[in-house]
Design a protein around this ligand. Structure first.
Ligand code: UD1
Ligand code: MN
Length: 422
């Protein structure tokens, strides 16, 4: 198009020149007419000169029009070139996340209802190559093993491995009540070693056997995967050399992480600032998993109080098509703090009783006590892990109450968590 226009301009220029010459020669007719005087000839020359001038300026304004048109076309071309530029998650020399293999590690024990979990994984899995399913079974429960086998026998992209050490874990009497958690930690350690060391995978998505997943569960992990490479402040490489290449992400229930030295309570281990090393985890605001395992190791401790009310997202979000660069630390932190601290401040009581019309408000806290008081009032879990209020980011806990977004935020300038809280 651009080349054609150039040709057109050149052609147009030549054409105007020829036109000028031809019209000049036609108006300067060679037919001889006797002139009465020199002044008359001069006037005639002036008239002709004027005519040529007019024609030239007409040509010039036409040329201007063509130039303007050309410029507009070029701008349009630039725009469409911009549109066809690669997306944020494609522009990179790092090829690792372009066609990732993200194995699903299912943690199973003695619940035959692992069938429900596997059925959903198979149902929503967009393709087998990207998401092979690895079931790791603890507890030596044969009935459960047979359920799992019925899947692995018919689909080579689903495999099973069994945790071989079924011995009791010796514990001091005071800790016997936590036996289940120690077993879970032992299992995680085995299963993750199998995935990362045995099978040499680069990342993993962990699904416990009592989780339902949302239709866009796989899409969520595929879409957010590039962030692990773009932003090292998001759970990623760990200190040990041999794990440095692993990218880790922890997401409330749907988990993706690596843990080399879990001792007990592995989820607390993940929250420990010594392990997170200042890195954060991203999570979807609406959960992509739902726990249906009321009877479990924590004996439904939180199930009736909190878990059963959790909403499983049912709307498919095309995460891979979204520009998620807003989640990158520097931009995100700046936007979040300036947004939150510009909101009208209200009390937790106001939130629960008033019918305010502001779409978002801020509730302040300054100590562990005032945090807990406000969290209770708002119906949030009010506990701390390593001084971090549950689900907080930079001390800010976000929730949605009575159609309003509520930010429970420190009243002081937050710099780090205080491990003595809680
Ligand atoms: C709770 C957490 C869970 C976490 C666990 C340990 C919720 C809803 N659940 O477990 O995410 O992993 O604490 O911190 O917050 N399992 C074994 N071996 C055992 C017992 C259980 O591998 O000896 C497996 C189960 O199959 C399951 C997982 O460990 O995949 C958690 O066990 P579960 O019984 O569901 O305990 P929760 O109370 O949910
Ligand atoms: Mn559970």
């Amino acid at each position: 198009m651009r080349v054609n226009l150039r040709k057109f301009i050149i052609f147009f220029g030549c054409f105007s020149l020829i036109w000028v010459v031809v019209s000049y020669s036609s108006s300067y007719s060679p037919v001889y007419k006797p002139r009465s005087s020199v002044s008359e000839i001069e006037m005639e020359i002036d008239r002709l000169q004027q005519k040529v001038q007019n024609q030239l300026s007409d040509s010039y304004s036409l040329l201007q029009k063509v130039r303007l048109h050309l410029k507009k076309t070029e701008e349009r071309n630039d725009e469409s070139a911009k549109d066809s530029q690669p997306a944020w998650n494609e522009v990179d020399t790092n090829q690792n996340y372009k066609n990732p293999v993200l194995p699903i590690l299912v943690i199973a024990c003695d619940r035959v209802t692992v069938k429900r979990c596997l059925d959903n994984l198979v149902k929503f899995r967009p393709n087998k190559e990207t998401f092979p399913i690895i079931v790791s079974q603890d507890c030596g429960h044969n009935e459960t093993y047979h359920v799992i086998k019925s899947y692995t026998d018919s689909d080579p992209s689903i495999t099973v491995v069994r945790q071989p050490n079924l011995s009791e874990i010796p514990l001091p009497r005071a800790k016997v009540k936590f036996k289940g958690y120690y077993k879970i930690a032992r299992h995680y350690r085995f299963a993750l070693n199998h995935v990362f060391v045995g099978l040499e995978h680069e990342a993993v998505i962990i699904v416990e056997d009592d989780l339902d997943i949302s239709p866009d569960f796989f899409e969520y992990f595929l879409g957010t995967y590039p962030l692990l490479f773009k932003d090292p402040s998001i759970w990623c490489s760990y200190k040990n050399d041999w794990v440095a290449k692993f990218q880790i992400r922890f997401d409330c229930n749907a988990k993706r992480y690596f843990l080399p030295s879990i001792s007990r309570f592995f989820d607390d281990w993940l929250r420990d600032p010594e392990n997170t090393d200042g890195r954060a985890c991203i999570r979807p605001e609406i959960s992509r998993t739902y726990s249906f395992g009321k009877i479990g190791v924590s004996k439904g401790l939180f199930f009736d109080m909190h878990l059963r009310y959790m909403q499983l997202n049912m709307e498919f979000v095309e995460f891979t098509k979204l520009n998620l660069t807003y989640l990158i630390k520097d931009t995100y932190d700046e936007n979040l703090t300036s947004f939150v601290y510009n909101l009208p401040e209200v009390s937790a009581e106001d939130v629960m009783s008033s019918t305010g019309t502001e779409p978002a408000v801020r509730v302040s806290y300054s100590t562990a006590k005032t945090y807990q008081r406000a969290a209770k009032k708002l119906g949030l879990m009010d506990d701390f892990r390593s001084g971090i209020p549950r689900a907080a980011y930079r001390g800010i806990v976000t929730c949605f109450i009575r159609n309003r977004r509520v930010y429970l935020a420190p009243s002081y300038e937050w710099t780090k968590y205080d491990p003595t809280w809680g």
